[in-house]
Design a protein around this ligand. Structure first.
Ligand code: PLP
Length: 411
């Protein structure tokens, strides 16, 4: 290994991001043959049908109206009090569970995952998530000296694989006292799946069977919540988090990145939900403490942005209308893709909503490289190919599923 002086627990580590690699290849092709001739399905942000970055107009208007004195000062370590209240309104809408709840501001959804892993699992423990997952879960687990294990997200019928979930939960609970489970729903990245009401009941039934001395934290990653469908329908599952046993803490990982198109402003929150007042007081304390030790405080302007929108019913309604139109835009793209995939006999995983859809493949790297010859760029994942419908204009979708099917046959 080359000479280095990093501490032993970090020696040799570097983040290799396949997404940036695929995006670089797409950019090189654009420079060579022109943007209009390239299908770039690598980008993880919302682009409109002329491939321009979407900035939600209400977000821009409200943010630009904030006085500098509300943008540049420090925010409290836990977060601005208004934000901590309003972020719960934004996250739950009419589905606040019957439970104690508290929010702590975080550096986006990533920060919420970071705090959850550090504060609710022991060093050396295994974190559990589904086998299709957002790659940083593994980097976060590894950097924080935990392992990551997976259950199969889907069964043979392409429904949530509750048997695999139950068997992994039981296997890990037999070995460790604390268990952090990360579920990314609704509008999962990279598949676009959302757990149904019944599937949620099954998940909670499994966790409720754990012995009371086991400490379970269910982290629900809702990064794509605002593009998951009708506001209250897509949040209805949150009501189920009321009345759970005291050894189960639910944490909603709330991100402003997509829902407000403020990806680089690094703002979000973790919202703790518990039947125990003590668990929620501890939640506020340990997470605030870790924030102090990690990033101090969070972007004040972005916190004000959210509070200003949610304190005013008309502004909130405006923003929701804008999100609804972009939800529709993505849904149209996904249905064009899905319809052609069916004709081309391309085996797509069940897409319901969200920025991405995925196609299982035995050799994803070879498939993506083969697609470069057709000027199509997608992201190779461990188990398949990810297509960013958030960034792919409707006019460029025709022919893409057929070409992916051909590449799968040839690669
Ligand atoms: N969770 C998932 C599944 C994501 O795709 C992302 C962002 O891409 C995040 C969480 C976190 O986003 P951020 O840290 O920008 O809020």
């Amino acid at each position: 290994m080359p000479y280095g002086i990093a501490a032993s627990h970090m020696a040799g580590k570097s983040a290799t991001d396949k997404i940036f690699g695929a995006a670089a290849a797409a950019n090189a092709a654009k420079a060579k043959i022109g943007k209009e001739n390239v299908v770039d399905a690598t980008i993880g942000v919302l682009l409109d049908n002329s491939e321009k970055l979407v900035i939600l107009p209400t977000v821009e208007k409200v943010y630009k109206s904030l006085p500098m004195a509300e943008i540049v000062p420090y925010a409290g370590i836990a977060g601005m009090p208004d934000f901590l209240e309003m972020v719960q309104v934004a996250a739950f809408a009419d589905n606040k569970p019957e439970a104690y709840t508290k929010a702590v501001s975080t550096s986006g959804g990533s920060g919420a995952i970071h705090h959850t892993i550090w504060n609710y699992s022991e060093v050396g423990d295994t974190i559990l998530t589904h086998d299709w997952y957002w790659d940083p879960y593994s980097v976060l687990s590894d950097a924080l000296m935990r392992k990551l294990d997976t259950f199969s997200l889907f069964d043979e019928a392409n429904k949530f694989n509750i048997k695999s979930f139950e068997s992994k939960v039981n296997e890990l609970l037999a070995k460790q006292t604390n268990l952090v489970v990360i579920l990314n729903t609704p509008a999962h990245n990279p598949v676009g799946y959302s757990l149904s009401d019944t599937e949620w009941d099954q998940v909670l039934a499994v966790l409720k069977k754990a012995k009371p001395e086991k400490k379970i934290t269910l982290f629900v990653d809702v990064a794509y919540l605002d593009y998951a469908g009708e506001k209250n329908e897509s949040r209805a599952f949150m009501k189920k988090f009321g009345g759970l046993p005291e050894n189960i803490l639910v944490i909603i990982g709330y991100s402003m990145s997509k829902g407000y198109t403020v990806y680089g402003m690094r703002t979000g929150a973790m919202i703790g939900i518990s039947s125990s007042q003590d668990v929620i007081t501890e939640f506020a304390n340990v997470n605030q403490y870790l924030s102090r030790a990690t990033w101090s405080n969070i972007n004040r302007g972005a916190q004000h942005l959210l509070s200003a929108i949610y304190k005013d019913a008309a502004t909130q309604a405006e923003l929701e209308k804008e999100r609804a139109s972009f939800y529709k835009m993505i849904a149209e793209r996904a249905s064009l893709f899905t319809a052609e995939a069916k004709e081309a006999k391309l085996n797509m995983l069940p897409y319901i909503a969200g920025f991405f859809l995925s196609i299982p493949a035995r050799n994803p790297d070879a498939v993506c490289t083969r697609l470069h010859a057709d000027n199509i760029f997608a992201v190779p994942l461990a188990k398949g190919v990810r297509v960013a419908v958030c960034a792919l204009p409707a006019g460029k979708i025709k022919g893409v599923p057929t070409k992916i099917a051909q590449a799968m046959a040839e690669a």
